[in-house]
Design a protein around this ligand. Structure first.
Ligand code: AKB
Length: 319
């Protein structure tokens, strides 16, 4: 566990995971002990905020020194779809950002959390119940960067003793902050458009089944992984993590329980579709369950009900 005198730094705090993780970490450690940071100024409630580019190692090192940081959550990354538009930039940010943090951890003993993704898998990977250890031949720059990042994490742990931990997130669904640049983003957009317009055009085809997770489960998994005693963390590359899997048609059916007239049709985006076709349909996360007692709470139905209530509530407050 983190010593009470050490602060936590979250890099990439304004993104889909960051905003929710910062508020949970502030509940645990106290607002003053959790430094939020992003490339641009943002309002993330009570507690310190720093404008920080993770590619600037000396600025990163200054923030770490100034706040007495003992733990870093590195969330700044370019996701799968936008990474295909800017391949070299995606590689630079995703890879050199991680290496800057790992080097600092090697020099100072900081603990590190870094997210990997189901994007590490490719079309030669078994699609159903994808095992922890299997064929990994990703076809996107985002996927290469996550796979290489996993190798670096394991290397820094074995060679230098860095306490670095990681999860392979599936597509994440949340109502508090929008996703940006991913292949699984349709599963969030669909809710907003169902509530606002009663209709959504999916960029993935009707039968594209992908592994997904509701954000409260993703935050809980992250906290639980970081709080587990070091000897329980047997995998230092990244753990498979699963919630539930669905297709756009199955998600639409779940939404129709709340809005019976909801209409789904399709405007397929070929790049996103081919990325989705290369990813698993379901994930075996038994290693995470065994090593640090992971178990998700939400199902497709309970996630849909919770998203609906919260988004309808947020909308009625804003009009
Ligand atoms: C994406 O779609 O790129 C991300 C991911 C699965 O890592 N949500």
């Amino acid at each position: 566990m983190l010593s009470s005198t050490k602060a936590v730094l979250v890099i990439g705090s304004s993104g889909q995971i960051g905003a929710e993780l910062v508020s949970r970490l502030r509940e645990i450690h106290g607002a003053d002990q959790v430094v939020a940071s992003d490339i641009r100024q943002a309002d993330l409630g009570d507690g310190p905020f720093e404008v920080l580019n993770v590619l600037d190692k000396s600025a990163l090192s200054t923030v770490v020194k100034n706040y007495g940081v003992g733990e870093i959550y590195l969330l700044a990354a370019m996701l799968s779809a936008v990474g295909e538009e800017h391949p070299l930039k995606a590689w630079d940010l995703n890879m050199n950002g991680l290496l800057n943090v790992l080097e600092l951890a090697r020099e100072t003993g900081i603990r590190v959390y870094w997210p990997s993704s189901i994007a590490v898998f490719g079309s030669n990977t078994p699609k159903e119940n994808t095992p922890q250890h299997t064929i990994m031949e990703p076809s996107t720059v985002y996927g290469f960067s996550k796979l290489a990042g996993e190798r670096w994490c394991e290397y820094y742990h074995k060679r230098y003793g860095v306490d670095v931990r990681s999860l392979r997130y599936p597509g994440l669904i949340g109502w508090k902050t929008p996703p940006g640049g991913g292949t699984t983003d349709y599963a969030v957009h669909i809710f907003h458009e169902a509530i606002e317009k009663g209709h959504y055009a999916s960029f993935l085809s009707a039968n594209t089944r992908l592994p997904m997770m509701y954000m409260p489960d993703a935050i809980e998994a992250t906290i639980r992984l970081m709080q587990a005693p070091s000897e329980q963390i047997r995998i230092r590359s990244s753990y498979n993590l699963a919630g539930f899997s669905f297709t756009p048609e199955e998600l639409a059916a779940a939404i129709r329980k709340h809005q019976p007239e909801f209409r789904l049709d399709y405007a397929i985006q070929p790049v996103r579709q081919s990325i989705a076709d290369s990813w698993p349909a379901s994930i075996d996360d038994s290693e995470a369950r065994k090593d640090w007692n992971w178990k998700p709470e939400f199902t497709l139905e309970s996630m849909t009900a919770d998203m609906w209530v919260n988004l309808v509530g947020a909308r009625s407050q804003s009009v």
